[in-house]
Design a protein around this ligand. Structure first.
Ligand SMILES: Nc1nc2c(ncn2[C@@H]2O[C@H](COP(=O)(O)OP(=O)(O)OP(=O)(O)O)[C@@H](O)[C@H]2O)c(=O)[nH]1
Ligand SMILES: [Mg+2]
Length: 451
């Protein structure tokens, strides 16, 4: 089914000067517009050399036309791609000719939106196209390809099928309330809800990894003055990004640096040392350090040999008052070259010993960071995901959790049915089976023009 009667046109390659450019047409008149522009008949999926002429029969550009008649095209509509010379004026002149022949300019992401509306891909796959284009690491590229291939969507569909099966059972009991339901049946239902909830939690954990691959991880370095926070940043970056001195209170501001470590995009925030102070500037630095810590994906809590014992009281002095236990912490004992003995640690947080001077323990620290964030074995290729997916999956889990915590008896079946219905809708919103125009606008407007 065609999403619209318009035939859209856009430059699909990057704007500017290049060897070649790709201009893309999609819609019911794509083939007609392309053939009229070059006065040639285009065979499906065959490269045809042709010249685009203006209305005075003057040649504008000569290149290759490839026609993909719908529905066997990216958008599901008739698509024609023209590979011409990659200059800004010449490409604009070709686009102008296509517009004169009846095409209209495409909005950002409109080709992908049409592919979605025509059932060529679901919303998760469409988002993966944009994530692939914007990927900043090879691992993100691999993960985006997994999502594009449908790995994430398949898991969502499997979960959806499980929930539909549960709904069918519950609704059947509600439709025929006079028929006896055996306690064993209700018990079985409760167990199935629990299994589905466990599966949803596993999928959420994978989706969280997918978001980290997509957007990176914010790691905040927090600790007392002189612990070596700035030195650790410099050690990881392998360059003197931050000022280091032996004067406590050297770092005053929260300074952010993006680093690529083992294919992971990490945003490190070096912060002012935490201590009690009357100094106005330092106090503001500490406030900013605490603010950054509250927005962290993970906190690295640094200290050195002057702190031989780590307990919750010491941590309370370092962490912000409004710190939430959901933000994981790694304890990092620096200056191993001075003190190789580990501090006693009576907290539940992992402790890593490093030296920012000699790089001892840095590999172990990165490995601990990955395990703490739940990164699975490097043999499994994760899929890419977005905050939107994590949010929806959390809704699914909240509803399944509510359904599971209700007593599974006749009095509560209606409430259980309601929770199952909500969880099903949340899953459908992920793949786009259920969507609003606003949601589509929000997603596709962030795409490139021509994609
Ligand atoms: N021996 C030794 N000294 C270190 C190590 N790391 C840092 N230092 C020294 O410790 C002092 C403080 O280092 P910084 O990196 O400035 O410490 P900081 O935590 O950023 O301090 P503030 O910015 O004041 O909060 C400097 O003299 C560093 O050279 C290490 O691994 N071994
Ligand atoms: Mg510092």
């Amino acid at each position: 089914m065609t999403a619209t009667e318009d035939t859209i046109v856009a430059l699909a390659s990057a704007p500017g000067i290049g060897a070649i450019s790709v201009i893309r047409l999609s819609g019911p008149n794509a083939l007609d517009i392309a053939q009229r522009s070059c006065k040639r008949t285009l065979s499906p999926r065959t490269a045809t050399l042709g010249t685009v002429f203006d209305e005075l029969d003057q040649p504008i550009d000569t290149g290759l036309f490839i026609a993909f008649p719908g529905p066997h095209s990216f958008t599901g509509e008739h698509v024609v791609e023209f590979q011409g010379h990659g200059g800004s004026v010449v490409t604009q002149a070709v686009i102008h000719e296509f517009l004169k022949l009846g095409a209209v300019p495409a909005n950002p992401g409109q080709f992908s939106e049409r592919a979605f509306l025509n059932g060529k891909l679901d919303l998760i796959q469409a988002e993966a196209i944009s994530d692939l284009i914007h990927a900043t690491s090879l691992q993100a590229v691999r993960a985006a390809n997994q999502s594009l291939k449908g790995v994430f969507s398949d898991s969502v569909t499997t979960l959806s099928t499980q929930i539909v099966a549960l709904r069918v059972q519950v609704e059947a009991h509600l439709d025929f309330p006079d028929e006896d339901i055996q306690p064993a049946t209700l018990d079985g239902l409760s167990k199935q809800i629990k299994t589905t909830l466990d599966d949803a939690n596993m999928l959420l954990a994978s989706a969280r990894q997918g978001v980290i691959l997509n957007t990176g991880l914010k790691v905040v370095l927090l600790g007392p003055p002189n612990a070596g926070k700035s030195s650790l940043l410099n050690c990881l970056a392998q360059q003197p990004l931050a000022i280091v001195t032996n004067i406590p209170g050297t770092t005053r501001d929260a300074i952010q640096h993006h680093l690529q470590i083992d294919d992971l995009r990490l945003q490190f925030v070096d912060t002012a040392g935490i201590r009690i102070t009357d100094d106005l500037i330092e106090s503001e630095g500490i406030r900013r350090a605490h603010q950054a810590a509250c927005q962290a994906d993970i906190i690295m809590c640094l200290f050195d040999h002057t702190v031989p014992h780590i307990d919750p009281v010491w941590l309370d002095h370092i962490l912000p008052e409004n710190w939430t236990p959901e933000i994981p912490i790694i304890l990092v004992q620096n200056k191993h070259d001075i003190q190789p003995e580990p501090a006693t640690n009576v907290t539940s947080y992992p402790l890593c010993q490093i030296s920012a001077h000699t790089s001892v323990g840095i590999d172990d620290l990165i490995a601990t960071l990955k395990t703490t964030m739940g990164f699975q074995s490097e043999h499994t290729t994760p899929f890419i995901a977005r905050e939107r997916h994590v949010y929806r999956l959390s809704n699914v889990i909240t509803s399944l959790d509510a359904a599971h915590s209700l007593p599974c008896d006749l009095d509560h079946l209606e409430l259980i049915a309601d929770e199952l219905r909500w969880s099903h809708i949340a899953l459908q919103e992920m793949t786009g089976q259920f969507h609003s125009d606003d949601l589509l606008g929000e997603i596709f407007s962030t795409f490139c023009i021509g994609k």
